[in-house]
Design a protein around this ligand. Structure first.
Ligand SMILES: [Zn+2]
Ligand SMILES: [Zn+2]
Length: 413
């Protein structure tokens, strides 16, 4: 959000968010993702999908954690947040990659000569993606790129028709991602055909993101295999001395790098591999860098060996598949975690797990005709984040969420 005080307003807004929760719960069973029996004369009826690429290796890769939405001093409303401060903070909390996404309209689209030209834009350990927040009248989107690109071309088409913008995105070869799509201000008022991912978890304040999940389910139900990702949208750093404090400085203790944290399963520790993982959806989001990571797998032939993970897409076998959700990392002993499974936009089941290595399993048979997807949300005890202490309260019980495991999604959509 471009608004200086947006985070603290959201904090205040949480007091009256109970009504919103009630409405969301009511909607759950009302919609079905796809019609089960298409008419024989329906030209859009599901057909067999050929040339489905094989699922990539589940072991050949590395889990990397990062933040995909950060504002440095090149965003005019930020305070006490030079790039060096952001990067040094990443090192202290073990964040592997970030994208500094300054508002492009603050520099007339000339991001390469501001955010990326800053002498502080360098690190020997943190992977720095090239990107910016495309800040337009119809909403905001982040670009994630492994290489520098001509951002000004995207800036120039910001008020054009979606087909024009989409063609520029394709020509630039960039990953465009919808930001804070739930609004209420700066919702994403563009076609989702032109994005590869969307921000389903913006900032430490979890509650306001619930409508983003509704939009995400709509897009998945349409056959768009869009990755869900997080982003703190942090603008303000801790002042170096008390006299440098601003009215927004208190946000630094509530929302900063890693609130939330986006985990990617990348084939290598490179910028290219991070962007590829974001595009293919081997991604989950956790409340902070120390919260457990959600991993979601499926064993298609029930031989005890997992065959696919979140973000993967394959043809169903027609037989029951076993699904597994596990929390990896530091979990709170003797606490109960609640795993909610969503199938095709509808609640599928709720599972509880306790203990040191929380795991739940369930079995279901994905339809052989038409698309099916499963995704999970995990709630439970919150994990302390001493470096951003107030964030724990704002995230509440939300531990993390996974991307979907997909069946019969058309790779040529
Ligand atoms: Zn924004
Ligand atoms: Zn932003």
């Amino acid at each position: 959000m471009s608004n200086n005080n947006s985070i603290m307003k959201r904090v205040a807004g949480m007091v009256c968010s109970g009504l919103l929760i009630g409405i969301t719960t009511c909607i759950g069973t009302a919609a079905t993702a796809q019609s089960k029996t298409p008419l024989p004369n329906d030209p859009w009826a599901p057909t067999a999908i050929n040339n489905m690429p094989p699922v990539a290796s589940l072991t050949n890769g590395v889990w990397l954690k990062g933040d995909l939405h950060l504002h440095s001093r090149h965003s005019k409303e930020s305070s006490n947040n030079p790039e060096s401060k952001i990067i040094n903070f990443c090192k202290t909390v073990g964040v592997d990659y970030i994208c500094i996404t300054d508002h492009d309209n603050h520099v007339d689209g000339d991001v390469p000569n501001h955010t990326w030209a800053d002498p502080e834009f360098k690190s020997d350990s943190v992977l720095l993606l090239y990107g910016a927040e495309w800040t337009t009248t119809r909403g905001h989107g982040n670009v994630f790129s492994a290489h520098p690109y001509d951002h000004q071309r995207l800036y120039f088409v910001r008020d054009q028709r979606d087909v024009v913008i989409q063609s520029v995105v394709k020509e630039l070869g960039i990953h465009l991602s919808a930001n804070h799509p739930m609004g209420p201000k700066d919702h994403f008022g563009f076609s989702y055909d032109m994005v590869s991912s969307m921000e389903v978890w913006n900032s430490a304040v979890w509650k306001k993101n619930e409508n983003a999940l509704l939009i995400w389910d709509d897009m998945l139900s349409s056959g768009r295999k869009i990755t869900g990702r997080g982003g703190s949208d942090a603008h303000h750093g801790v002042p170096d001395s008390p006299d440098k404090a601003t009215p927004n400085s208190k946000q630094a203790t509530a929302n900063y790098v890693g609130t939330p944290t986006t985990w990617v399963f990348a084939t290598a520790r490179t910028r290219e591999a991070v962007v590829d993982a974001l595009t293919n959806g081997r991604v989950s989001v956790s409340a902070n860098p120390f919260a457990p990571r959600v991993e979601f797998y499926a064993d298609l032939d029930q031989d005890g060996k997992m065959d696919m993970m979140m973000g993967d897409n394959t043809k169903p076998t027609g037989k029951p598949a076993k699904f597994r959700v596990q929390l990896t990392g530091k979990t709170v002993a003797d606490s109960t975690y609640t795993v909610s499974v969503v199938k095709n936009g509808n609640p599928f089941g709720t599972f509880k797990t306790t203990g040191k290595n929380p795991v739940i399993e369930f079995t279901d048979t994905p339809a052989t005709v038409g698309r099916t997807y499963y995704r999970v949300v995990v709630e439970g005890p919150s994990t302390p984040y001493p470096q951003v202490p107030v964030s724990q309260t704002l995230s509440g019980n939300m531990v993390g969420l996974s991307n979907p495991i997909c069946f019969n999604f058309d790779p040529n959509f």
